[in-house]
Design a protein around this ligand. Structure first.
Ligand SMILES: Nc1ncnc2c1ncn2[C@@H]1O[C@H](COP(=O)(O)OP(=O)(O)OP(=O)(O)O)[C@@H](O)[C@H]1O
Length: 230
């Protein structure tokens, strides 16, 4: 579904992605693991067209998006949930939910999103600022499910959340997979990643340095600990 080939990206003069290549098949949940500063978020931003200077190839079902604008990339069916979640504090839950435009048919209805995240139904009239971190994350994910995008990129959805909420986010990601969504996940915590993903790419210094199928993660714990500096 997504083919990333020799992707490079720069912040000003600073060259941060070096020939990043990986694939995601339709219906897979794939993670990018790596230490702080490894280039995980930048990879998502570069896929989404949010890096001013980038080169290489990003193909969604064969369509090359490397020169496309973020808007065109969203319309092609990729949704991005950034690390800061991007919830507008002055808007209500409902207003935040309705904000992103639909890009394709088949997006979830508000009722389906409420079924997936009952908290959002209860809090629909609350302001963004009044939500807990977990509720903000649910809103950020719920919001992109409305758009009809089929490839979801989630940047550290579990960061800073209590274990019980992390479990809930994990259950949601497994449900999304069951519904046929394709998910790319940035994670620091491979114990969590192992509960949701089919495969893991490991990044370091702006490069992909390894790929580990989830079934082999237990056998590779020592290697992963050294990659991630755990
Ligand atoms: N806005 C920016 N301007 C300049 N350099 C940046 C910017 N954002 C990130 N960087 C640098 O780019 C490199 C990759 O950062 P990136 O945020 O992609 O890493 P990451 O793996 O997502 O780590 P983290 O978990 O800390 O976000 C790092 O060296 C970082 O310092």
């Amino acid at each position: 579904m997504l083919e990333v080939r020799d992707l490079e990206a720069w912040y000003g003069e600073s060259h941060v992605l070096h020939k990043v290549s990986f694939d995601i098949r339709e219906g897979e949940v794939v993670t990018i693991l790596g230490r702080n500063g490894a280039g995980k978020s930048t990879t998502m931003k570069a896929i989404m067209g949010m890096m001013k200077r980038r080169q290489g190839a990003v193909r969604l079902r064969g369509l090359d998006l490397i020169r496309a604008t973020p808007r065109a990339i969203a319309k092609a069916g990729i949704a991005f949930c950034p690390e800061d979640r991007g919830i507008y504090s002055s808007l209500t839950v409902e207003e935040n939910l309705m904000l992103p435009p639909e890009v394709a048919e088949g997006g979830m209805s508000v009722a389906e999103i409420h079924q997936l995240f009952p908290n959002l139904a209860e809090r629909r009239r609350s302001q963004g600022t009044r939500l807990s971190g977990g509720e903000q994350q649910m809103l950020a994910i719920g919001r992109i499910l409305r758009t009809g995008a089929r490839l979801l990129m989630l940047d550290e959805p579990t960061e800073g959340l209590a274990p019980v909420i992390v479990q809930q986010i994990g259950a949601t990601i497994r449900q999304l997979k069951q519904r046929g969504y394709t998910v790319l996940l940035v994670e620091q915590n491979f114990h969590f990643a192992a509960t949701v993903a089919d495969r893991h790419y490991v990044m370091d210094h702006g490069q992909v340095i390894d790929m580990i199928p989830n079934a082999e993660i237990a056998a590779n714990t020592a290697k992963l600990n050294s990659y991630l500096g755990v």
